[in-house]
Ligand binder design. Structure first.
Ligand code: ADP
Ligand code: MG
Ligand code: ZN
Length: 488
C-alpha cells in the first residue's frame, strides 16, 4: 500500500506595530539606520529602578487588528515576564503576555485565485516588546572578534503584536496566502508597514506531517523566513524532509530549525523549548491592562473598509475579473485611486487595465506613493474617456499619461506638450496618409490583393506604417477600416 502525506502548518507572526515611541518608554522606534544605542533610556536598557509605562497607542493598534481578525477582546489582561538569558535582552526577561492575551479566538479567511475559500482560526493575539540586536560589524567599521559581538539596543522595546494561528493550514501555498492576507490587513489598518525584508513582519512556521496509516510526526518550527517566497520554499523543503523520514520508518525530532535561503534547506538549531523553561510570572511593575467595552466599540466603529469588504464592494459594483479585483485591492490607496477614476466617469474595465499597468508601473519606477502621484484620478478619467470616445488612440494616450506623470499638469497642457490633438488623424488627413503608404509599398499591396495574406500579417504591417506616420494619433479601428477600403 502506498502511503500519502499531509502537512499540518500553524504560524506565529510577529507584527511590528508602527508607533512613534516604544511600548514601555518614550524612546523612538525608528531604529533602521540609527546610530547604535542612541534610541535608549533606563527603561528599555533595563536599568534598576526604571519603571515601564504602557503606550496607549500600542493597545489601540492591537485592538483594531484583533477586531479585524474577528477575535474576542479580553477586558482584563496582564503582562508577564518571559525569562531567558541572551545578550540582546538587557533585563534578562522579555515583557510579554502569557495566559491572558489581549485577544483570542479569531478567524481569517484566505482564498486562492480559483476562488476557493478557507477560514483559518486565530488562536490569540498578544503584545510584547522586541529585543535588541547582536551585530558583528559596528557602524564605525570595527569588526567583532571571533568570540565577540556588539549589541545594539535601539530595537529593544519596540512594540510587537504576535498573531498565532491554529494548525489549520494544509499546504505551503495556503501558508503563503495566509501571511499575505495578514500583511495586507495590517497595512490597510495602518498599524504596520508589514515589510518582511525589514523585519516588520516576522514569521515562525510550525509544520508536522500526518501519514495515511495514522501516524503523525512531531513538529519543527522554522525561523528566519523573511519573504513570502522563503516561507513557501522552506515549508516545501520541510514537508519533503519530514515525509521522507516518516516514509522510511524514522521519527521527526521536535526542534527549532533555521532556513538557509542560499542553499534552500532547513538546519536543526536547538531542541524546542517548553513554556515552563521560561518561568513566566506576572510583571509586578505593570498593572493589569483593562480594555473597556467602550474602547473596543470605539475602535470597531473606526475601522476602515477591510480588504475583503473592499473586494466584495468592487466586485459587486463592476464586472471585473477576480484577478483584477485582487491586484487593485492589494493596497488600500490603489483601490481608492481606482475607485475615484471610475467615479469620475472612466469605464471600469479600462480604468482597471490602466491602473494595473501604467499607474502601478509608474509608481514602481518612481518609488512614489499614490498620495503624491501627479496624475489625479480626475485627469486619468478624462484621458480614458477620450480613448473611449474614439478621439485619442491608446498609444497617444500613453505618451500623454507619461507627460502628466512627470509633473502635475492638466490633460490639455499634456496633450499640447505631446503635440497631440484630440480627434487625431481622421477624414482627409487619414485618407492622404493611407494613400501615401499604399503607393510606397506596392509590392506588399500586391501580395495582399493577390490573396496571399491569409494570416493578416501584411495588412498589420501597413497599418503599423500608417500609425507611425500619424505618430499614433488616430483611432486604430478607423485606420483598419480605411485601409481595408483602400486595398479593395
Ligand atoms: P509553543 O507554545 O510550543 O510555541 P503553541 O501551542 O503555542 O506551542 O503553538 C505554536 C504554533 O504551533 C501555533 O501556530 C500552532 O498552530 C502550531 N502547532 C501546534 N501543533 C502543531 C502541529 N502538530 N503541527 C504543526 N503546527 C502546530
Ligand atoms: Mg509559541
Ligand atoms: Zn527607552
Amino acid at each position: 500500500m502506498t502511503l500519502s502525506f499531509t502537512p499540518v502548518i500553524g504560524l506565529e507572526i510577529h507584527v511590528q506595530l508602527g508607533t512613534k515611541s516604544k511600548i514601555f518608554c518614550s524612546c523612538s522606534t525608528d531604529y533602521i539606520g540609527a546610530v547604535p544605542n542612541t534610541n535608549v533610556c533606563p527603561v528599555c536598557l533595563g536599568l534598576p529602578g526604571a519603571l515601564p509605562v504602557l503606550n496607549a497607542s500600542v493597545v489601540e493598534m492591537a485592538v483594531r487588528t484583533a477586531l479585524a481578525l474577528r477575535c474576542a477582546i479580553r477586558e482584563t489582561t496582564r503582562f508577564h515576564r518571559k525569562n531567558y538569558f541572551y545578550p540582546d535582552l538587557p533585563k534578562a526577561y522579555q515583557i510579554s503576555q502569557y495566559d491572558l492575551p489581549v485577544a483570542e479566538h479569531g478567524l481569517l479567511d484566505i482564498g486562492d485565485a480559483s476562488g476557493r475559500k478557507k477560514t483559518i482560526r486565530i488562536t490569540r493575539l498578544h503584545l510584547e516588546e522586541d529585543a535588541g540586536k547582536l551585530v558583528h560589524s559596528a557602524s564605525d567599521g570595527r569588526l567583532a572578534g571571533a568570540m565577540e559581538s556588539f549589541v545594539d539596543y535601539n530595537r529593544g522595546g519596540v512594540p510587537l503584536a504576535e498573531v498565532v494561528s491554529e494548525p489549520d493550514l494544509s499546504s505551503p501555498e495556503e501558508a503563503r496566502l495566509y501571511v499575505a492576507r495578514l500583511r495586507q490587513l495590517v497595512r490597510y489598518l495602518g498599524v504596520s508597514d508589514g515589510d518582511m525584508e525589514k523585519g516588520s513582519l516576522r514569521v515562525d512556521a510550525n509544520i508536522s506531517v500526518k501519514v495515511s496509516d495514522g501516524r503523525w510526526g512531531n513538529r519543527a518550527e522554522i525561523k528566519n523566513l523573511n519573504s513570502l517566497r522563503a516561507l513557501e520554499r522552506a515549508l516545501e523543503y520541510e514537508f519533503r524532509r519530514q515525509s521522507d523520514l516518516l516514509a522510511s520508518g524514522g521519527t521527526v525530532v521536535q526542534e527549532t530549525r533555521h532556513w538557509n535561503d542560499g542553499e534552500g534547506i532547513t538546519i536543526g538549531m536547538r531542541g524546542k523549548e517548553e513554556a515552563h523553561d521560561y518561568r513566566y510570572f506576572p510583571d509586578p511593575d505593570l498593572p493589569p491592562l483593562v480594555v473597556s467595552a467602550e474602547m473596543t466599540s470605539r475602535c470597531a466603529a473606526a475601522l476602515p473598509e477591510l480588504p475583503w469588504e473592499k473586494e466584495e464592494r468592487l466586485s459587486n459594483a463592476y464586472t471585473l475579473s477576480a484577478d483584477d479585483i485582487a491586484v487593485l485591492c492589494e493596497h488600500r490607496d490603489i483601490a481608492d485611486y481606482f475607485d475615484a477614476v471610475v467615479r469620475n466617469g472612466a469605464s471600469p474595465v479600462r480604468a482597471a487595465n490602466w491602473v494595473r499597468t501604467e499607474v502601478l508601473r509608474t509608481l514602481n519606477e518612481t518609488g512614489r506613493s499614490v498620495k503624491d502621484f501627479p496624475v489625479a484620478p480626475e485627469s486619468l478619467a478624462m484621458l480614458l474617456s477620450h480613448i473611449d470616445g474614439g478621439s485619442l488612440s491608446t498609444t497617444a494616450a500613453r505618451s500623454v499619461f507619461a507627460k502628466m506623470a512627470e509633473r502635475r499638469t492638466s490633460v490639455e497642457s499634456a496633450l499640447a506638450a505631446c503635440g497631440v490633438s484630440l480627434g487625431g488623424a481622421t477624414g482627409d488627413l487619414l485618407a492622404t496618409v493611407i494613400r501615401k503608404i499604399v503607393e510606397e509599398n506596392g509590392d506588399v499591396v500586391k501580395t495582399i490583393r493577390d490573396g496571399n495574406d491569409a494570416n493578416g500579417k501584411k495588412r498589420k504591417f501597413l497599418q503599423g506604417l500608417v500609425m507611425k506616420e500619424v505618430r499614433g494619433q488616430a483611432d486604430p479601428s478607423s485606420v483598419a477600416s480605411e485601409l481595408q477600403r483602400a486595398l479593395e
